[in-house]
Design a protein around this ligand. Sequence first.
Ligand SMILES: Nc1ncnc2c1ncn2[C@@H]1O[C@H](COP(=O)(O)OP(=O)(O)OP(=O)(O)O)[C@@H](O)[C@H]1O
Ligand SMILES: [Mg+2]
Length: 295
Amino acid sequence: MPGIPTPATVMRPLPPRRGHPPLRRKPVFRVSGAIIAVASGKGGVGKSTTSVNLALALKANGLRVGILDADIYGPSMPRLLKISGRPQQIEGRMIRPMENYGIKVMSMGFLVDEEVAMIWRGPMIQSALLQMLREVAWGDLDVLVVDMPPGTGDAQLTMAQQVPLAGAVIVSTPQDLALIDARKGLAMFRKVEVPVLGIVENMSYFIAPDTGARHDIFGHGGARKEAERIGVPFLGEVPLTMGIRETSDAGTPVVASEPDSEIARVYRDIARKVWEQVSAHQSDKARTMPNIVFE
Ligand SMILES: Nc1ncnc2c1ncn2[C@@H]1O[C@H](COP(=O)(O)OP(=O)(O)OP(=O)(O)O)[C@@H](O)[C@H]1O
Ligand SMILES: [Mg+2]
């Protein structure tokens, strides 16, 4: 179909690298604003749920926001934001991001079938991520939230080494096992001098919908203690609720669909703290706030 990028045009490999790759290549980004990675060591702890609601909360707090779904093998954003169809190609090689709830979104889920992406390996993952940054007409953003895949693989390395991240938000559930994995993710960002903006404790506690009683299913407060131990901000506790799960599945994230709810308030509070951290690091180090339109 004309005007629609085929996988072949979208997935051009990067030119071969000469010698050892520098820690940070000179990027040709058309992304203005702060790029924030939402990461965890472990899968399934709620990175995508946090990314989408954090992005909506940043928007509710008055910022211009985009989301980059960096999970190539298992993209979540098409479903979480109820967006289908393919992005339009505009002038040159640029493609227009998709949009819903006032947020610009790019995801491999819009471009290729999941089965196709499944066979991709390192260089293709890197190429796909960098192209989603460089060849998407993001326009003027204050912040781009990047929903990371689980673990510390190719996507993490690409983002940490080649993208001028303003910082990383680490998501963990309260139990020890998740925290051990969160530590790995944390260590990786610190190694490449990406500021850790803080830790979110997701599925922190459960309020029974019938009795209103609170249950600490996975224990509680582990992430707060961990944050204190390693000296990074604790950003907040998100409870385990039916509402969060149901609205996520329905593609109507809770911050957008129930803006007056207690949960939406929790996310807006997290967003405020994240932005405070970004601003603090910005004044610390100019390089952590990319405003890059290099040619
Ligand atoms: N606070 C919460 N309350 C209820 N359900 C939640 C909460 N956070 C996440 N979930 C649900 O848990 C499941 C996993 O969440 P999500 O997809 O956000 O995790 P993830 O860390 O992005 O997973 P992956 O590692 O596979 O990318 C989803 O079904 C989501 O709706
Ligand atoms: Mg996810």
